[in-house]
Design a protein. Structure first.
Lengths: 248, 501
């Protein structure tokens, strides 16, 4: 580790230690909600302190607080506090910030917005297209375009069908995601070159299809959004058209 | 001698049972192949291979086959890391970082085929050394562990977390301990094991059963890897492979003492709780450099250097399974993923484990090492082709694999939220050089620590002397205190002064 890297690390440690101290204090306060000294707990009254469900968490968060103070002292002693309010001090890199922020947007909308509501093949195809197109070659504009596409699909699904009762049907959010996936794929094929880019449509379509089919029909496991636009039809034909062929 | 023969007979019966099952070959060949692919691709790790396969095979097929799939992937991935180390000078896994030191200079000198042949043989022998140690020591330790009660179990779990935090810290030891405590704290979420008191559930019913192991593993190991890897990386020039990949029997015979020493070191390091194959490789490399006559050539293409790291990292696998099977404490991060698979199948590793499972594990390890050896010799060209794949192509696929694997384990969509949350925290921890292994060990051992610590106090009516009155507990408490005290600067200075005298 170079001196510069160490200095950046200590600045981050300074902030990290402060966050840890705050977290420790918050959870120590939350631990005080768990009965410790002889109160009625879980329907059992008159029990002693060593029976309490709070005893171990109390030790953990107290130790965490002490260690975060130690970390804070080390960080301050090594100059972390002096550089704490400078961009260079915390190692701020605009290019890296764009990369991380766009990945965070893509993954957040994928997990929270699309996977519960949109057909798994469509949303995973869109994810694969966004990630390969956006990050192969490290072009910031492509990263932003990928994040915007995923955010658009995710926001529509979240706003149009927020309640759990609407996750399976109707399929308008599936169609929106499918159209966005198609548009991004077209943009990819028309503007970018190279074997990796050419492989995107195939990887994006085949991988989720194989995985979801293997999981649902091979391992007989639950898969996300069984009522999705494509999967509901695949499942129907598997049980109605295909399976009777070998069962009979 | 009788004991050893009984063990051999038990192992022989399990091994014959395994090799006469045609379905076992489908699992072993597929999983070893997948393991080598995961190991060979820089950006994917052995832990990730075992974690992802746990999501797929953990509870969906009979335990025997799921163990074949997971152990096969583990053995394959640790070996597979040597390909990019030798041909690209980029370690495929942290475990093969030391391999690059001598492997790449050998490849540049036109001896890539010989280097790969030697690493294949060394990995094979290393796995067998670790497995033999597993076969012998697991039973001796199981006998000892019969007398272990709650105080010893609590202190042992704490020692495992502290030791993992101490040894896996790249920066400050205090960060390793904080990571371990964070894992312990995560294990406190849900209904407590003795009184069913809800802790930190914030009224969310999903949290009543606590954090599930597989989404935590996926989040901790896969998400940071995906975020970190999604960037343009110049993979460097792949060194053209010259010569056939064949085991060089003369060199192996000549360097047998090095292989034996590295195997023992790897097994020993593996047996330490939470300390993985990367540490085993470097420790063995360091020892090899200081004791070998060829030490000055280490780092310049020394065969002994190559054998030191590559034998040790594979021997570490058997070692890591010893504390897992005997005490329920994972010896390495991939072993923590294996622990997750055991938990999914309602098997509690520890003194009460079914002895047949241990013999089965040993038989699988032997078959996996043979499969790895044959694949290394005859299908190496496929793995070399795979090295050309950019990580921006396969990491998105890994994200989809992780999502569906985590979803199907049981908790559904909530498990995905947990996975992403843990992943974000783990990425920040990586950024600030906090080790992830102690966090995972903490999550896995947290429940055991909480239950046994409180049970000890309950049985002694709150008398804390229960942790010193039993000899085993007193020794473990002393070890815990010594481990913490060893990091105090005042004591470190005094110890250095004493050593100087």
């Amino acid at each position: 580790m170079t001196d510069d890297e160490k200095a950046t690390l200590r600045t981050r440690d300074f902030w990290g230690a402060l966050v840890l101290m705050a977290l420790s204090l918050f959870f120590l306060w939350r631990t005080s909600f768990i009965p410790l000294f002889g109160e009625n707990r879980a329907g059992v009254s008159g029990a002693d302190w060593y029976n309490s469900a709070a005893i171990v968490p109390l030790g953990i968060w107290s130790a965490m607080f002490v260690l975060s103070v130690v970390l804070l002292v080390i960080a301050i002693r090594d100059g972390g506090a002096q550089r704490a309010f400078t961009a260079a001090g915390i190692g701020w890199d605009p290019a890296e910030a764009i990369r991380i922020a766009t990945i965070a947007i893509i993954l957040t909308f994928y997990i929270f917005g699309l996977v519960p509501r949109v057909d798994f093949i469509i949303c995973s195809g869109l994810l694969i297209t966004c990630l390969i197109f956006g990050y192969h070659g490290s072009h910031p504009r492509r990263m932003i375009m990928s994040a915007a596409t995923m955010a658009l699909a995710g926001l529509y699904a979240l706003i149009a069908h927020f309640p759990q009762a609407e996750w399976g049907k109707p399929h308008d959010d599936d169609w929106v995601s499918l159209i966005l996936w198609g548009a991004l794929t077209l943009r990819t094929i028309l503007t970018a070159k190279g074997p990796v880019i050419r492989a995107i449509p195939f990887v994006a379509a085949i991988v989720p299809l194989i995985l979801v089919s293997a999981m649902a029909f091979g391992f007989r496991q639950n898969v996300p959004n069984r009522g999705g636009l494509f999967f509901s039809k695949i499942e129907y034909h598997y049980y109605v058209t295909l399976r009777p062929l070998w069962r009979d | 001698m009788d004991f050893f023969l009984t063990q051999l007979a038990g192992f022989g019966a399990e091994f014959i049972d395994l090799i006469t099952d045609p379905v076992a070959y489908i699992y072993i060949v597929t999983s070893v192949f997948l393991g080598i692919v995961f190991g060979a691709l820089p950006g994917l790790t052995a832990t990730l291979a075992v974690t992802i396969l746990t999501g797929f095979f953990g509870n969906k097929i009979p335990l025997d086959y799921s163990l074949i799939a997971l152990l096969g992937a583990y053995v394959g991935a640790i070996y597979g890391g040597s390909y990019p180390s030798i041909l690209l000078n980029i370690p495929g896994t942290a475990a093969s970082a030391a391999t690059a030191m001598d492997g790449h200079p050998l490849a540049k000198a036109g001896r890539g085929g010989e280097a790969l042949g030697l690493t294949t043989t060394a990995s094979f022998i290393g796995t067998l050394i670790g497995t033999t140690a597993l076969l012998i020591f697991v039973w001796l330790l199981l006998l000892i562990s019969q007398s272990i009660a709650s105080p010893e179990k609590a202190l042992l779990a704490l020692f495992g977390i502290l030791l993992s935090g101490t040894l896996m810290s790249e920066d400050l030891v205090v960060k390793g301990w904080i990571a371990g405590l964070a894992g312990l704290a995560m294990a406190m979420v849900g209904l407590d094991p003795l009184l069913s008191e809800p802790r930190y559930t914030f009224g969310w019913s999903y949290l009543f059963s606590g954090f599930q192991v597989v989404p935590v593993l996926m989040g901790a190991f896969a998400i940071p890897q995906i975020i970190e890897g999604l960037r343009h990386v110049n993979t460097g020039q792949l060194v053209a492979l010259k010569g056939r990949i064949m085991p060089n029997t003369k060199a192996i015979k000549r360097h047998m003492p090095t292989i034996a020493r590295s195997g023992v070191i790897g097994t020993g390091v593996g047996a330490l709780p939470g300390v993985g194959e990367d540490v085993a490789g470097w420790v063995s490399y360091g020892v090899g450099k200081s004791v070998s006559h060829d030490g000055k050539n280490f780092g310049k293409g020394s065969l002994e250097g190559l054998l030191s790291s590559e034998t040790a990292n594979n021997a570490c696998i058997g070692g890591a399974l010893i504390p897992l099977l005997v005490l329920g404490i994972p010896g390495s991060p991939p072993a923590a993923a294996l622990m997750g698979a055991f938990k999914l199948n309602n098997i509690i590793p520890g003194p009460t484990i079914d002895p047949e499972i241990i013999l089965r594990v040993v038989a699988i390890m032997v078959l996996a090492s043979f499969t790895m050896f044959l694949m290394g010799l005859f299908t190496a060209k496929i793995f070399i082709q795979i090295l050309r794949l950019p990580q921006t192509l396969f990491l998105p696929v890994v994200m989809v694999l992780t999502t569906i694997g985590s979803f199907s384990v049981g908790g559904g969509i909530n498990d995905l939220y947990l996975m992403l949350g843990v992943g974000a925290v783990a990425y920040l921890m990586n950024l600030m050089k906090y080790p992830i292994a102690p966090l995972v060990i903490g999550v896995i051992l947290g429940g055991l620590f909480d239950e046994t610590f409180r049970r000890s106090l309950l049985l002694s009516d709150g008398d804390l002397s229960v942790f010193v009155s039993r000899p085993g507990a007193a020794i473990l408490l002393a070890l815990n205190i010594a481990l913490i005290a060893s990091q105090f600067p005042i004591l470190q200075r005094k110890f250095a002064k004493l050593r100087g005298r």
